[in-house]
Each structure stands twice: as structure tokens, then as C-alpha cells.
Design a protein around this ligand. Sequence first.
Ligand code: SF4
Length: 693
Amino acid sequence: MTATSTVDTHCPYCALQCGMGLRPTAGGTVEVVERDFPVNKGALCGKGRTAPGVLLAEGVRLTGPLVRSGATGELEPASWGAALDRVAEGLVRVRAGHGADAVGVFGGGGLTNEKAYALGKFARVVLKTSQIDYNGRFCMSSAAAAHQRAFGLDRGLPFPVADIARTGCVILVGSNLADTMPPALRYLTELKANGGKLIVVDPRRTRTAEQADLHLQPRPGTDLALALGLLHLVVAEGLVDEAFVEERTHGWPEARAAAMAHWPELVERITGVPVPALREAVRLFCGTPEGMVLTARGPEQQAKGTDTVGAWINLCLATGRAGRPRSGYGCLTGQGNGQGGREHGQKADQLPGYRKLDDPAARAHVAGVWGVDPDDLPGPGRSAYELLDALGRDVKGLLLMGSNPVVSAPRAAHITERIAALDFLAVCDVVLSETAAMADVVLPVTQWAEETGTVTNLEGRVLLRRKAIDPPDGVRSDLYVLNVLAAHLGWEKGFATNPEEVFDELRRASAGGPADYSGITYRRIAEEEGVFWPCPADSHPGTPRLFLDRFATPDGRARFVPVMHRPSAEEPDAEYPLYLTTGRVLAQYQSGAQTRRVAELNAAAPGPFVQLHPQLADRLGVADGEPVAVTSRRGRAVAPARVSRGIRPDTVFMPFHWPGEGRANTLTNPALDPASRMPEFKVCAVRVERAQA
Ligand code: SF4
């Protein structure tokens, strides 16, 4: 332990990236203290406050490499040298036997920008594989695709989060901020205190929905139709901002025609939202000159997620609520570095700076920074689910960093089987996650307070997480792992292990790209409380607000994309008569690999449950707390019933943080969005029955 005074840093968890201080304790670890940071203004949720619980806890943290013994079949302690030799040997063996694309790489939206960048580079120049993607594909990729399509650029929020409090009306679609990022709730409270209105769209009456002036409770998978119905009413009531549409957009006639095919009574039939509520939503949204639509996983995690987000963007464009102060569309990114993690090359189709891997100019620029021939860079590979589905078939070996697909992937039992079928699996993680427990080699790596690195929050603000304490003796950084493996695999140019050095290379690689970080330095981030990208020069102030003068398309105009409602990939039927939707709870985070190991959080949220309406519970003869079995075409999960009026009678909800028999992702449908390749986590058809206690 080396810390002697409070270190300013940021939370390890969600994309809000709350500022916090870490102060050394007499017990040799650190405690979290408040820090006044513009995003969270000192507030933290329970996850952030208890984050040190994972750092040194006995029996929780991995403190040395593990290698699976050929004799016992068990994971056994090994030296770093032996473990890295084994990883290198495993990867080389697979490559020699089956070709470069037989080695896969799977990253995570929690990795720092430096790690995500280095991992993408490692895959392309050392392993020479096209088979790399990451779990952020499961998070917000549909919003990213819709952003690109409409605006020519993907940044979650094109404005600082504080702007939310100063608009006139917010439509919040499929987000339960009160549980997922509680400090952000203050902006909705301030919005209302300022006289603004809040509309929440969610099949569940969440704690966030309870704050709303209007709660629209559509059937899961129908918010595309809902957005089209609202746009229909906007047109019918003469509320289109014709001047904005004329001056700053393309494609309105086609988008208008699509909306006019979704008249209110039809939309009521599809969504279950009554026509008067649709009219009230339009009255609130258009009753003020400024407005925002914010989406999260609800509309995004669908097999039509890109079109669903696109429909909400069309509503913003038609009403002139985009590219103007205090107005716009934004995506509330989920993972801690969900934004930066999708910009710097761990995506299947991407090079650093949000460049496209199939763009010859992008390949030439990045290859120049990396010192390789552009023709030697592989092309685009498979998306996350498709990569996981190929394990043990085309992809025989996998290097996985910061992800736990055994819990977090859709159709998780199948994906677990695919992982088990690998010839070789190496996992870098801080704890022995369910996926790490299946590995041939587990490498314990630094986390959060033990390392310095940058992350980019949901606003596109690049932040510096600073090292506060030394890691346990047996732990190394992911950058060290890549450095040693690169040398083992014959890469002679070296892989930097100093995060600032990696960031400086990332800056050069991103220069001139859509996500241009070239003017951002560690020093500037520290002095300016983060710098918003794009920031193309040292003298550039950064860009807190995008699109005010022009959108990022070649001609500066936003693009309407005509979209039509269509059913979910799997609708309820006689055999599976209910909708299942999945999500998060306040005290757990994503696959729970870290938060399930924190005592306070486990006490607050000890296990999975099935939320169901009292009418459904009566019909099934199930009382609150009794076990129920939920069955889909993918499998069966069992968890206690939580009977609540806060959900539609035709829908059940399960949080996805837990493994075992209550694993929600045993049930979910891997139907993929054609543009984003996002799986349909948010809706599938299930049967629910009483289970034996
Ligand atoms: Fe951490 Fe997100 Fe909670 Fe803030 S809201 S403390 S970033 S988990």
C-alpha cells in the first residue's frame, strides 16, 4: 500500500463515471470519499461507495495466476512466467493448427481506453486475427448504429448530462436511472423543479417511472411503433418544425410516410398504450420549445433496436429537437467505459478513433502509427454473439479480458457449451468469474484503484482514473500481459506498459478520425475535469456539445431513416404466452462478477427473482417469495416470485446479474439486429409455472 493522501478518481462501474476520492485507511485499504465533480456533484450510489470491497477482500480477489493442471484437471497456482508461457503456447498452437482466425479475442466495455486500444492492436498486429469483439456489443450498439445513420457520428450524449435539467421535456425510453445510475436522477428532479416535464416509456413501473409526469407502459418490443405513433400525431397536429426539417435534414418525405402508416388506434393495438396517452405525450413534448429523447437498453437491446432508436431520432428531427441548445437525442450508455470502449479498436469492424476497418485511408493511417503494412491488417470479423457462437468450431482458442459471457451472453447455456468446446481459453480478470473458472489459464490483473488509465463517460468526456494503491503482489496489469505475450509471439516493436505512453499512441492513432483524441493529454484531463472529444489539437477546447452548427454527415444535414414497426423475433404464443424482459437492480452491476462479492450489495440484492403482476400470480397460484420456473425455447430458470403491480400482467421481469438456476440469460433470445448485431435481450416469449420449493 503506497497511498498517503486522498486520490481523485472515478467509480469502476457505470458510464456516469462519478467522481470520487479514495483515502487510505488504517487497515491498509482505501475508503471512498465524496468529491465535487460536475457529473455527480459528490453523490454516489451504493455500488460506487462499496467499490473498495473487491480490492483486497480475502477469498474474493485473484492474487496469482492459475493454470489448469493436466494431471488433476483443476486450476492450480502458477508463476507468472509459467502462466504466460502456457498462454503463448496455447495461442501459437491454435494458430499453427487452424490459422490466425482460429484465435479469438473478446474484450469488455469496462476496460480503460488504453487497454481497449492495446487489445485491438494486439489482435490485429500480433495475432493477425479478424476475430475480435467485446461485450459492449451487448450494451448500446443499436444506439451507436442509429447515431451513425442519422447524425454521422456516435457519441452517447451529444451534450453534457447537466443539460438534461435545462430542457423543456424529456422522453426517457427504456431506462431505469433510479436503479442503474442514481446520481443522474438529480437532473430529472431539477428538470421538474425548473418546470420541465418527464415522460417515461417502460413496460415496468420502475422507481424512475414513478417520477414521471406521464408513464407510457407499452408491451415489450413495441416502442418502435410507439415512436412512430407519436410522430404520426406530430404530423397530424401540424407540429412539425418545417424550417428545421428543410434546412438541416434529408429524407423527411419517406420518414413521414412511414409514420403516417402508424395511426393512433393501430399503435394502441400494437403497444397497449391508449390513444389519449399518446396525445398527452405529444402535447407535453411539443408544448415547450426544447426537448430531449434519451434511450437506454430498453429500445436498444432488440433485434430491431437500430430502427427503434432511429424512430425516436426521427421524432427529435421532425420537431427540431436536435442540433440545438438544450435539445437533442442521446443514449445513456451503460458500462463504465462503454463509450471509449467502442471507439478505439476492440470492435470487430473498427480501428482506433472510431475509424472503419474497411476504409483504406483509415487502414493506412493506423498502420502507419503501428509500423505495419496496411495490407497486413485483417478485415472485419464476427460480432460478439456470433464470435461466441463460433467457439469450438471455427474459433478454437480465445483470449478474454474483462468479460463474463457465461452470465452475460444471451442463450447463456449454449454459450457456456461453446466455451467448454474451446481448445484453449485464457482469461484476464480480477476475480474468478464463472467464465474464468472454465479457463486453461487465469491471469489476475489490476483493477480500477490499482492502475491509472482513461475512460470516456456517457457524455464523451475523457476522464482520468488515477492509481491510489498498489495491487496485491501477484497481480499484473493487462498492458503487461499484452507486452509479454506480444514478445512471446514474435512482435519485436514492443507493446507499451505505461498507460500514458499507450494513451499518447492512441492519440496519434485517433488523429483525424471521428473520435479524435489527439489534443487530449493526461495533464489536460486533470486540469480541466475531463475533456470532451472530438479534440483535434492541443489548443482545441474540446466539444461538450455536438451538432449545433452541423451534423457530422458529409453535407452537414441529419438523415431521417424511414422505419416501420415489426414484431419481435419471438412473440408470445400458446406454448410460451408471456413476455420476458430483463434488466438490472440497484445493488448489482452487469454480470455481478464484482458486485456479487461485496457483502453490503449482496445483503441488499442477494439473488435473482421473477417480478410478476398480481393478476398473473393469482392465475398461476403463486405467492410472493415462492419459486417459479420460467421457460423459454432456450432453457429454464427458477427464482422466487416477486409479486408487484409495477409490471404489466402479460410480462415478467428478471435481473440478469446471477449465474446458476436463476440465470436470466439462460432464457434470452440471441436474435440479432441486422445493423448493430445486438441480441434481443429485452424481449422473448416464456412460460411461467410454480416450481417445487
Ligand atoms: Fe458508480 Fe454509476 Fe453508481 Fe456513479 S452511478 S457511483 S458511476 S455505479
